[in-house]
Design a protein around this ligand. Structure first.
Ligand code: GDP
Length: 440
């Protein structure tokens, strides 16, 4: 995420390295680079200028008061200012109202339908809501179908009306349906166009006026940079929306939209989309995003994701198995599946401080686990629970079954053995020993 920007900001900070103190000259030089980095990331010109002016004032004003090195001070100031620019505090969504009605707006292709599904899934699993998805696109039957597919996938009911060409009426009927059926959150997916168009704006404004949603979200593709900011402006003038959803942040996004949208429309980014799957949704935290942009990782989110997947019962069972030397390939695959559920590898690595920089240029492949899983799936139950029975001929059979080579099977066995040994060591009080070894 935002690799280029992170890189350039890192280089800008290097200007101050070795300088004992902050001066007008070295600050100006650093901030010139910072501004260039922001503009290259497609940050709005005015925003970039104001940003560097504020940081400059603060840097020169604080110089005497701090014991930080100039480089550290600058990183702190840039981080604080980036956080502020992206909204400061984390903004939640309004889930009051029975049902709470959430209206989605945005251009076609921005990721509205996908996000509607993600939000329904999020409300269902994290907020224990009973959501209803509503298809209000009366022009494209494919769009209605798409929402039904999404609904089936996440097991959330989808409301649509075949033949009704009046989206305001559909939205109103859907809310009535929700009240009758005990759905306490209604997510309304609306029709988008490829570009701003008066008929579309009137339609969404009419729906907005008629149903008075608790929350109106504007969905925008982060890849579109400055266009995203301009579209946001137009939608905001008509809808006075409550928050922004930035999608496709998993792609090669330069970051401009994330950084400038708040300052241009004065509405917070509330969620981000980081993939096509239904769980690729994150609440937007400005401070954590600033950390990521500055290459400091995002340990808090990483730990949160790990905790979400963490099952205490399973973990206890696993510990017992390790203690009894019964850790097998079935357990191994379960571990892999848990890690996979945490998100894409690229995304996870980006959350580890410094890892983004260290692994720059390394192709992190989300399919890396597939080979391992295929090998394990080709084993018999006995081989999985008692790996020691796997001899040469069994290896050949496993390799053939999984479309891999004996070498690959051997490599997996080796990794597995190392991991089992390490787990055993961590358990038997060896954890402490290992930590001591590492600290020495
Ligand atoms: P809509 O026309 O606004 O409803 O957009 P869709 O929900 O149909 O999304 C358009 C395309 O973008 C689809 O191919 C989605 O799978 C994809 N998409 C949506 N959100 C994300 C995201 O966060 N990351 C990625 N990589 N793709 C996304």
């Amino acid at each position: 995420m935002f690799d280029n920007l992170s890189d350039k900001l890192d280089k800008a900070m290097h200007v101050l390295k070795g300088h004992g103190q902050i001066t007008e000259v070295n600050v100006a030089e650093t901030l010139k680079e910072v501004r260039r980095a922001l503009l290259d990331a497609d940050v709005n010109f005015k925003t970039a200028k104001e940003f560097t002016n504020t940081v400059k004032e603060k840097a020169l004003g604080q110089n005497v008061l701090t014991s930080l090195q100039p480089g550290q001070l600058m990183v702190k100031l840039v981080k604080d200012e980036l956080t502020k620019l992206m909204g400061g505090d984390t903004a939640g969504i309004d889930l009051s109202g029975s049902p709470s009605v959430i209206l989605m707006s945005g251009l076609q292709g921005s990721g509205k339908t996908t996000f509607s599904g993600k939000l329904a899934n999020y409300l269902k699993t994290k907020k224990t809501k009973k959501p209803l998805l509503v298809a209000c696109d009366v022009y494209r039957p494919a769009a209605i179908n798409q929402l039904h597919v999404v609904g089936e996938q996440i097991k959330v009911e989808v409301y649509s009306e075949e033949g009704n060409k009046n989206p305001v009426q559909i939205a109103q009927n859907a809310i009535a349906h929700a009240k009758q059926n005990g759905n306490n959150a209604v997510i309304i997916d609306t029709a988008g166009r490829l570009a701003i168009d008066e008929a579309m704006m009137t339609e969404i404004a009419d729906i907005h006026k008629a149903i008075q949603p608790n929350e109106t979200l504007f969905v925008v593709d982060a890849m579109t940079g400055q266009d995203a900011v301009n579209t946001a402006k137009t939608f905001n003038e008509r809808l006075n929306f409550d928050g922004v959803v930035l999608t496709k942040l998993d792609g090669d996004t330069r970051g401009g939209a994330a950084i400038s949208i708040k300052s241009v429309v004065n509405k917070p980014i509330k969620f981000i989309g980081t993939g096509e799957k239904m769980d690729a949704i994150d609440v937007f935290h400005p401070a954590r995003m600033a950390d990521r942009i500055l290459g400091m990782g995002d340990v808090v989110s990483l730990v949160e994701r790990a905790q979400e997947q963490f099952d205490e019962d399973e973990s206890r069972k696993l510990q017992k198995k390790i203690a009894k030397n019964q850790f097998g390939f079935d357990d191994f695959i379960k571990q892999i599946q848990q890690v996979k559920k945490m998100g894409s590898m690229k995304d996870l690595v980006g959350m580890i401080p410094g890892a983004g920089k260290a692994l720059k240029g390394v192709d992190i492949d989300d399919d890396a686990f597939n080979g391992i899983e295929a090998i394990i799936h080709s084993m018999t139950p006995e081989e999985r629970s008692t790996p020691s029975v796997i001899n040469g001929s069994r290896k050949k059979r496993i390799a053939k079954g999984s479309g891999t080579s004996v070498q690959e099977v051997n490599q997996l066995m080796k990794q597995f053995n190392q991991m089992s040994k390490m787990m055993k060591m961590m358990q038997g009080g060896g954890g402490k020993k290992m930590m001591q070894m590492m600290n020495n």
